[in-house]
Structures are given as structure tokens and as C-alpha cells.
Ligand binder design. Structure first.
Ligand code: CP3
Length: 354
């Protein structure tokens, strides 16, 4: 990498160094869903319509991405977009209902539905995403995290048609039509790859693959039905040279496999203590997490000791630690608690010592 590229990629930033398990002066911190309804300044500019309208407006999306960086002084920004942006952009027929989540007009049912999943040409299908990334890269002094939905989690929305707690249609397809399942996963892997590559080529400094709901699977099912497609995604972005974060919830039993897909950083939810998570991933893998978002809602008195515990467990063993919540910021969160949390993490001694 040239000096210039190095600078643009924020290689010396605390966030990127921790992601690479290099020594850092303090533990870096950012929050999943740091932009969003918990911020009054978000509610001010979000506008009507669905979130997909706000994402398609680069000025608004840029401003919303910057808001938590300004307010909290976090060590990374995450692009304001959604895991459903690519499937929406190619016309699958998805919307995101406020308070509900992704809703699909005609869910994926049979082989003919593969025809509704054409490849993504990011420059023409999601030009607004690339414009937002370019705006952000020129304004930010911290790294920008690009992201995509992992094949399993996106497939689950396309198959179920809306959020679910049981994933019955998803599991039924796996169990009854393996060949269609793998073809679907392959299409979704290609969408994630095209989306991630375009965001990094536009200037993003790291990627996160969100497999939010994959923890519903057993390790053998994960290994057979999901690992090949997620490995394909991670392998296809390896040459970009940016750190790759692999995140899901309820994944205590899957952490080793998720690292094996090809990740410098594995995201951990609050159910698995970070020192236990360390033992499940190869040495030198960084961990990201994992304060319970509900404890942030409970207030600073409740969050502070829990955050200290996360920092202590994160410092165990070899490999970096990026402080985060175990899942996204809840809408009822008081932003002042997150402000106190960032200050607390930044002023705590120790941090990741590989
Ligand atoms: O700050 C950030 O983290 C960046 C932006 C971001 C959003 N969605 C914005 C958003 C990111 C990284 C996502 C990814 C995403 N989207 C995931 C993976 C992360 C996770 O939480 O596990 C998932 C599962 C989705 C699908 C989705 N989109 C859901 C379940 C919802 C919530 C529905 C609701 O209204 O409660 C959305 C909508 C959404 N995406 C909002 C935001 C800020 C909600 C607010 C709005 O409508 O303005």
C-alpha cells in the first residue's frame, strides 16, 4: 500500500489497529445502530417515508452517519444504510416498516424466484450509497465501516417475508430442497460481495458482515448450510486489505466457525463473556462487543460496572478488543449514557494488549 492509501484507509487509527490485533493506546469503541431513533438530531432529519427513502438521499444519509460521531466521539462511523438495500435496489420488492423491520411483498417460494435476484451493479443500482460513502470519507477523521447482510440473514427475510422468531420457512427450505437453498445462498453471497466491494472501493476502511439471526442454527447446520456462502463473501473481499468483522447474535456455539469463514474480528453478543469467546476463536483474532444494550437503557449506574467487566474480559488472552454493545442501541436509550460510556472506555487503562 502507498503512504496515501494507507492514510486514506486509516491504518494507524485506534480502531483499525485493534481490528488487526496491534497494540493500541486505548480500547476503541463504536456502537451498532449508533445512528437512529435514540438521537433527537436523527428524529429531526430522518423525514417521513421508510428508511429506504432516507438511505437513497446522500445528503441526509451523510448527515445521519456523522451525527453519532460528533456527539459521542466514537472511533468509527458506520454507513447509514440497511442490510436490505441491495435486494431492494434490484427490485425484489422489499420495504422496511417502522417498528417492524423488513417486509417482503412476494416472499421467496420456489426456483422461479431466483430470477428475481439478478446481480447487483452498484454504480447504477445504488449510486446513492457510493455518493454517501464518498461524502463521508472526505468529511470523517475516523474510519468508515461498510457492511452487508450475510446470505443467511438476508435469505431468512426473503423466505419468511417478515421478522420471525422461529425461522420455520428458512429451515424448511434447507431441510427439503438443498439444491435450491445453496443456489439462493450463492446469489445472496454475490450481492453481498458486489455491495461490499463497491463501498470499499468508494473509500470505506473496514467491512462488517451482519449475520444477525444465524444463532438460530446448530453448529453442524451452520457448517453445512451457511459457512460455504459466508466464506465465499469473506474470501472475495480479502484482497481489498481492509479488516473484516463477522457478527451475529446467539452465536456462542458458532464463534469458531464464524472466525473460520475469514474474519480479523468476530462480533460477540452479551450472552458469551469475552474471555470465553477468546477460547473459541484462533489466537490473534480480535473480538468486538459486548455490553448488553438493555443495561445502557437501565442507566449509567447499571452500565458502568458491566462496561468495566467487558473491558477486563476483553483484555484477556491474545487478540485485539473493540468495545461495542452486544447488539444494536435500543431506541429508548438515553444518549447521555452512551456519551459517558465512550468517555469511560477511552479513559480506561489497559485495553487490547496482543
Ligand atoms: O447506525 C448503524 O448501525 C447504521 C445503520 C444500520 C441500519 N440498519 C439502520 C436502520 C445498520 C448497520 C443496519 C443493519 C440491519 N438492518 C440489520 C443488521 C444489524 C442488526 O441489528 O442485527 C438488520 C437485521 C436490519 C433489518 C432492519 N432494518 C430491522 C430489523 C429494522 C428495525 C425496524 C424498526 O423500525 O425497529 C430496520 C430499520 C432500521 N435500519 C432503522 C435504522 C436506524 C430504524 C429506524 C428508522 O426507520 O428510521
Amino acid at each position: 500500500m502507498t503512504h496515501d492509501q494507507d492514510h486514506r484507509r486509516h491504518s494507524d487509527s485506534v480502531f483499525i489497529r485493534a481490528a488487526r490485533s496491534e497494540p493500541v493506546p486505548h480500547t476503541p469503541v463504536w456502537f451498532m445502530r449508533q445512528a437512529g431513533r435514540s438521537l433527537p438530531e436523527y428524529r429531526e432529519v430522518r423525514g417521513g417515508g421508510t428508511i429506504l427513502n432516507a438511505i437513497a438521499d446522500p445528503d441526509r444519509a451523510t448527515e445521519i452517519t456523522l451525527q453519532p460521531v460528533r456527539r459521542y466521539g466514537v472511533d468509527a462511523a458506520i454507513l447509514y444504510s440497511d442490510i436490505m438495500t441491495p435486494v431492494h435496489a434490484i427490485g425484489f420488492g422489499v420495504d422496511i416498516e417502522p417498528g417492524v423491520g423488513p417486509v417482503v411483498q412476494r416472499p421467496f417460494r420456489d426456483r422461479s424466484d431466483l430470477g428475481r435476484l439478478r446481480p447487483l451493479d452498484a454504480a447504477t443500482d445504488t449510486p446513492y450509497v457510493l455518493e454517501t460513502v464518498e461524502n463521508l470519507v472526505s468529511e470523517l477523521s475516523v474510519p468508515l465501516i461498510a457492511f452487508a447482510g450475510a446470505p443467511f440473514t438476508v435469505a431468512s427475510y426473503l423466505l419468511e417475508g417478515r421478522p420471525t422468531r422461529t425461522w420455520v420457512r428458512t429451515k424448511a427450505l434447507m431441510a427439503t430442497d438443498e439444491s435450491l437453498w445453496f443456489d439462493l445462498m450463492d446469489r445472496l453471497a454475490d450481492l453481498a460481495i458486489a455491495s461490499l466491494r463497491s463501498q470499499v472501493e468508494a473509500g470505506a476502511s473496514a467491512i462488517q458482515l451482519f449475520d444477525s439471526w444465524v444463532g438460530t442454527l446448530s453448529p453442524p447446520d451452520y457448517e453445512r448450510f451457511v459457512l460455504p456462502a459466508s466464506t465465499k463473501v469473506m474470501s472475495a473481499v480479502a484482497d481489498l486489505g481492509v479488516p473484516r468483522i463477522h457478527f451475529g447474535t446467539n452465536t456462542g456455539e458458532l464463534l469458531g466457525l464464524m472466525a473460520a469463514a475469514g474474519a480479523e474480528v468476530v462480533g460477540v453478543d452479551w450472552r458469551t463473556p469475552l474471555d470465553a469467546a477468546r477460547r473459541r476463536v484462533p489466537a490473534g483474532t480480535a473480538l468486538q462487543g459486548n455490553l448488553d444494550p438493555a443495561l445502557v437503557v437501565a442507566g449509567w449506574e447499571a452500565a458502568r460496572p458491566a462496561a468495566a467487566d467487558v473491558l477486563a474480559r476483553g483484555a484477556h488472552g491474545s487478540g485485539g478488543h473493540i468495545f461495542n454493545l452486544g447488539h444494536g442501541v435500543l431506541p429508548e436509550t438515553d444518549p447521555s449514557v452512551l456519551e459517558a460510556l465512550v468517555e469511560f472506555v477511552h479513559s480506561s487503562p489497559g485495553g487490547a494488549t496482543p
